[in-house]
Each structure stands twice: as C-alpha cells, then as structure tokens.
Design a protein around this ligand. Structure first.
Ligand code: HEM
Length: 412
C-alpha cells in the first residue's frame, strides 16, 4: 500500500492528543484513516499548534484562521514551496508558487480561458465522454470507479478541450498525469519525468504550429512587462494547469461516489430532484474537500490567535478542516441541501483561489447528472476495503462499487 494511504473502515477515534499537539504529520498513513475525526479534535482542542515533524511547522484548522492566512499573502507567502517538506518538482508551478503582484499578471493571462462563458462549448463533448465512460461499465453491475470514471474523465476532457493535445497522446498523458499526481505512487518519479518531457515537446511543437486561440496560445504569445515569457515560465504554467485540476477533480468525483455508496438517501434525493445537483455538488465539495491542505511560509514575525509565528516558519492550512468548522457552518458534518449560504473554501481563498473552479463545477455537474440518472442502487463491493491517499489532496485510491446493471446508450 502507498505509504500515505490507509483504510476508511477504521472505527478508531482521532489520533492521540499529544500527537496532534506536537507530532502532527500530514504524511502519516495512520492519519489518513482518521483524518476527519482528528481535524475535528484539533479544531476543538488545539486549533493552531506547532508540530516538530519535518523540521517543524504550524497546523491551522479553524475556518477564520485558515481564511486570514490565505488572504494575507504578504505575511504568508506561496513563493517558498507549497508542500512540507518542499516538493521535489524541478519547475516552479505558476502562478501558484508566485506572490502578488507578479502572480496577478500570470493569473490574468489564463483566467479568461476558464470563465463559464469560455467553457460553455465544452458541455456537450464532456457529456459525450461521460456517456461513453458509463457505457463501458454499466452492463456489468460493478466497476472500480476511480479507474473506470473518476480519473479518466478530468484528464481526457482537459487534454482534449483545454489543451487541444493530440488525440493519440491522450491516454498516455492522462496516465502519466494521474500517476504523478498521486503522492508516493511507486511509478510517480518515472511518470513525473515522462510528463515533464511530454509538456516540453508539446510546448515546442505548439510554438511552430498555427495558433488555435486557446490558453496554450495565450501563454505562448504572452508578455511579462516588456519581455516574452521564458520557456520555464510557459512550462510551469502548462504543468500547473495539467496537474492542478486532475487529482483534485478525480478526488472530488471519487469522494462523492464513496459518500453515495455509504448514504444511498443522497443519490435517491437527487434522482427525484436533479435540478438540485449544482447545490448538492457544493455541499459535497464542502463535506469531502479533495484539496485538503496547503503550505505557506511566514515572511515576517506575526501573531495568529495568540501564537507567535516567526519569519521563515512554515504553516499548513487545512481547507478540509475549515469546511467542517461549527463556528462557520451549522450541522457541519451533515449533508444539508437547505443550508442558508455555503461559503466553503474547497477552491481556496485569497489571491490564489482556484482558476479551474468553473471547469471543475461543470465537469462534476455533468458527471453527477448522468451518474445519478443511470447508475442505481450504488453500494460498496462486498468486502471492499477503501484505501485513501491523504497528503495535500485526498482521494480513494480505488473504489470498487456495485449497482443495478443498466443498458448502454451510445450505440458504440
Ligand atoms: C474539484 C476540483 C478542484 C479543487 C478542489 C481545486 C482546489 C484548488 C485550491 C484549494 C487552490 C488554492 C491553492 C492555494 O491557495 O495555494 C487551487 C488553485 C488553483 N487551481 Fe484548482 N482545484 C480544482 C480544479 C482545478 C482545475 C480543473 C484546474 C484547471 C483548469 C485548476 C487549476 C488551478 C490553478 C492554476 C490554481 C492556482 C491559482 C493561483 O495560484 O492563482 N484547479 N485549486
């Protein structure tokens, strides 16, 4: 099993209190199994605490503190790595590892390509792909949902629709990107190198090809001040676009299906009221946020809720914990379609708030519309032990489910 993965079936309580207070380690496989209960314990007993693991870092779990840290980019910088310990990625991911004001220049270049209007034309091709993926398993009455649906869907839509990547490369690149996004996957380093090589070739090829008017062209022709972007800048942007959206969207779909298999009343309600799927998707993202945490580095001495944070200190902010904070959300652990307002921060907050939220929402909405309509009586497969990876993102590693067999509809 992956070193950062563990089973969901544990009935153990949270990690021990002293571990939470001074030994917290987000990479611990034991934590992955009891993450929600441990974060709940920490919000109550040590909402800001200092861990000695990985050279020392602060852990921040309450909504108000997470929000303040994310918004105060001048004090809590993104430019010194977003993982603890720092990632071994050679190229800086842009704009997520850059602070304002430079970050805003990069972000403006790409933002316009991911507005609801800009991606409206992706609706039908996404639905066609969703239909094809469901067709491939619907007659069997069982599938491994991560491999059959959750991972291929965001990769294939993104490579085809956002990047116009060559059709013959899609499967290979989707595989490389998925594997490089899963922390500690044994194939990860080789897949990471393969993906970087593919992006470099792809970008060079696109420089010589006629423009298509897509986000890749926008980045290739962009200027920063009075100079063109350098090749590492171009690759750093394309790389983040590829990696930023895949394991997160796959995780969202997998965590949603996992919850459906445990709570059949949710898909049953949505089958009766499909018009509520967009609201339900927000509530599911709040409950099971797939991008769970991210690091920042203090640029100066500061105080946070009575704790003295020193210049250079690392802090780990927990979006997934903030989204369960009872001070912000009533019945924070319940799926509640009637809640008044849902200011969840599953897509982050502050200057680095997600660029791809419209893409993710559209993909998830279409996926849920088709899954809820066609896949009935979703249950965990007999004896299935669900393993999660859980570091900065969280997703089931595999999710075997059963359901009532149904007909293919695409005629393929
Ligand atoms: C359910 C799916 C997704 C979730 C939960 C998610 C979550 C997040 C979060 C929490 C951040 C903030 C990171 C930080 O503060 O350092 C972020 C940033 C980002 N996301 Fe997403 N994301 C998702 C899908 C996508 C997609 C589909 C794309 C690609 C179009 C994407 C591209 C980005 C980029 C480029 C940034 C950096 C923005 C910046 O630095 O200004 N994300 N995302």
């Amino acid at each position: 099993m992956d070193a950062t993965a563990s089973t969901a079936s544990s009935t153990a309580g949270p990690m021990p209190d002293d571990w939470c207070r001074t030994g917290f380690d987000h990479l611990s496989p034991d934590l992955a199994a009891v993450l929600p209960e441990t974060l709940a314990h920490m919000r109550g007993s040590c909402p800001i605490t200092h861990s000695d693991a990985h050279g020392g870092f602060w852990v921040i779990t309450r909504y108000a503190d997470v929000l303040r840290t994310a918004q105060d980019w001048a004090t809590f910088s993104s430019a010194h790595g977003l993982g603890i310990p720092p990632s071994t990625t050679h190229l800086r991911n842009i704009p997520v590892e850059v602070d304002p004001p430079e970050q805003r220049v990069y972000k403006r270049l790409i933002n316009t390509h991911f507005t609801p209007k800009a991606i409206a034309s992706w609706e039908q091709p996404t639905r066609d792909l969703v239909t094809r993926l469901i067709d491939e398993f619907i007659e069997n009455g069982r599938c491994e949902f991560m491999d059959a649906f959750a991972r291929p869907l965001p990769s294939l839509t993104f490579f085809d629709l956002a990047l116009s990547a060559p059709a013959e490369d899609l499967d290979k690149v989707a595989y490389l990107a998925s594997k490089s996004s899963i922390p500690n996957d044994p194939e990860g380093p080789a897949c990471w190198a393969g993906l970087a090589a593919w992006i470099t070739d792809f970008v060079r090829h696109r420089r010589d090809a006629p423009p298509r008017g897509d986000v890749v062209d926008a980045v290739l022709r962009a200027e920063f001040g009075d100079r063109p972007l350098t090749e590492p800048e171009v690759i750093g942007i394309v790389q983040l676009l590829i990696l930023g959206g895949l394991e997160t969207t796959a995780g969202a779909l997998g965590l949603m299906m996992h919850r459906f298999s445990q709570h059949p009343e949710i898909p049953a309600q949505l089958r009766r009221q499909p018009e509520r799927i967009p609201v339900a998707a927000e509530e599911l993202l709040r409950l099971d946020s797939p991008f769970i945490a991210i690091a920042r580095t203090a640029t100066r001495d500061t105080e946070l809720d009575g704790h003295q944070i020193k210049e250079g200190d690392k802090v780990l902010i927990y979006w997934a914990s903030a989204n369960h904070d009872g001070a912000q959300f009533s019945n924070p652990d319940e799926f509640d379609l009637e809640r008044a307002g849902n200011p969840h921060i599953a897509f982050g907050a502050g200057p680095h708030r997600c660029i791809g939220s419209n893409v993710a929402r559209q993909t998830i909405r279409i996926a849920l519309e088709e899954l809820i309509r066609r896949v009935e009586d979703i249950r965990p497969a007999d004896g299935a032990q669900i393993h999660f990876h859980s570091t900065l993102t969280r997703a089931p590693l595999d999710l075997p489910i059963t359901f009532t067999p149904g007909p293919r509809i695409s005629g393929a």
